[in-house]
Every structure is written in structure tokens, then in C-alpha cells.
Ligand binder design. Structure first.
Ligand SMILES: [Zn+2]
Length: 244
């Protein structure tokens, strides 16, 4: 082989190598997060076949330059998904928010069940699966994530004194104060604390105890979608008007 041919082959190999590296890098980058036109990024936090579901996060919602950072969580109890989807559809698309928001989404895939399957919402195995995913993946992210507040979004079948309410599952502290202020700022949301919660120990209680104020938002599971939308917009607006 002539010396010149060897050089040409070497150059071609180098060019192929460079393109391979570029292509691998590009596909790695596009796997790491989905950038949306409004600046939000949706990423997978956990997706293991050992778990009964996956966890995602939508980052950069609202005003990413704000010093105040707030986490919303949906999906702890998978049967309550209509209320969760209401937040996922509304919050990332809102403009002119004061604060920066991250939205954690737990997707339980095992034991979700359905209303009327004989197991009521409280015996449904999907609840414990969601609570475990919350404690394993969402709690450490929020407690170490420099958040000023966390809000865990749920719905109920109407067995409480109120249908649409906020509360913090601890006796006192900033979580209680912020929930109270949110209720004061909303026409249709009351501060009402049920006697006990099943999910508190897996997210909102340890958050409150370890420096991140946290409260629940509860919506009525069977409220019409336009009512769910109205209430969710009230919640989002009141949270965005809190003083930190
Ligand atoms: Zn719930």
C-alpha cells in the first residue's frame, strides 16, 4: 500500500471515530431530559424493575431565577390520579409565577386498582407502593434540595368534614402556617386536619421534622374536571403569593 493511501485511510478512520463519539454523546444528552419549549425539563428520577413504579420530575417551572424554590408532589396514592393530572396539566404551563417550582411525579404501576373494586381506597396495595416510592426517592430529593416548601397533592372520596382542604400533619411550625395562609387566600379551600394520615410518615411528616415545611392539598375525587381546575388554580395562586 502506498504511504498516501495509508494516510487517507487513517484520516477516514479518525473522522468516523469523531462522528461516533458525537452521536453517542447526542443520544446520551437526549436521554437525560426532555426540554420543552416553555423551558421546563422532564426527567426520570427512578425507573427500576425492582420497584412497583417509576418517579419523574419536571424542573424549571415558573420563575427559575427566584430564590424561593417549592416542590409539588403527585402520585403518592395512585387512585387519586385525576387530581394529580390536573396539577401536571396546569402548573408547568403557567407563566408569570413568582417562584421556582419542581413537580415530582410518582407513577405506581403495581396494585393501582380502581374505585369500586371491593378494596376501598384505604386497602388498595397501590397506596403503600406509592408511599414507599415517595420515601425512597422523593423524600431524599426534597429534604436535600434546598426547598422552602413542599406540597403533597391528594384526593378523597368525601368521607371527611370538608372535601377540598389543606393541612399539615404536624402540630405546629411553618408547614401549618403556610397551609393556613393558603386557606385564607382561597375561596374554596379550607384548613382542615383529619385525625390521622397514612402517607404522612412517608413524606410530609419527616419533611416538616427535617427543615422543609410541608402540607397536603386534598381535592374531592369525584369533583367535575372544571371544578378541579378552579380549585387547583386557587391553590397554585395562593402558594405563589406566600411570603418567605
Ligand atoms: Zn391520598
Amino acid at each position: 500500500m502506498l504511504k498516501r493511501e495509508k494516510i487517507i485511510i487513517a484520516c477516514l478512520l479518525i473522522i468516523i471515530l469523531i462522528f461516533s463519539v458525537l452521536i453517542i454523546n447526542y443520544s446520551f444528552l437526549s436521554d437525560s431530559g426532555q426540554q420543552h419549549s416553555n423551558g421546563t425539563v422532564r426527567e426520570t428520577l427512578a425507573n427500576s424493575s425492582d420497584d412497583p413504579g417509576s418517579v419523574e420530575i419536571i424542573r424549571n417551572i415558573g420563575n427559575p431565577d427566584s430564590q424561593v424554590k417549592i416542590a409539588y408532589v403527585v402520585g403518592v396514592h395512585p387512585l387519586e390520579h385525576l387530581t394529580h393530572e390536573t396539577l401536571v396539566n396546569l402548573l408547568p404551563n403557567m407563566s408569570n409565577l413568582n417562584y421556582a417550582y419542581d413537580l415530582y411525579i410518582i407513577n405506581v404501576t403495581e396494585g393501582v386498582g380502581y374505585y369500586g373494586d371491593g378494596l376501598d381506597n384505604y386497602e388498595n396495595p397501590g397506596r403503600q407502593n406509592g408511599q414507599n416510592l415517595a420515601y425512597k426517592y422523593v423524600y431524599p430529593e426534597i429534604v436535600n434540595g434546598d426547598y422552602d416548601l413542599a406540597i403533597d397533592v391528594h384526593s378523597n372520596i368525601g368521607a371527611y368534614d370538608y372535601k377540598t382542604f389543606v393541612f399539615s400533619p404536624v402540630k405546629e411550625g411553618l408547614g401549618v402556617r403556610y397551609a393556613d395562609e393558603v386557606a385564607n387566600g382561597c375561596e374554596n379551600i379550607t384548613y382542615y386536619s383529619p385525625d390521622s394520615t397514612t402517607s404522612g410518615p412517608f413524606l410530609t411528616v419527616p419533611l416538616n421534622e427535617h427543615g422543609v415545611p410541608a402540607f397536603y392539598f386534598e381535592e374531592y375525587s369525584f369533583a367535575p374536571q372544571n371544578v378541579k381546575d378552579t380549585h387547583m388554580l386557587e391553590l397554585i395562586g395562593a402558594v405563589d403569593n406566600l411570603s418567605f
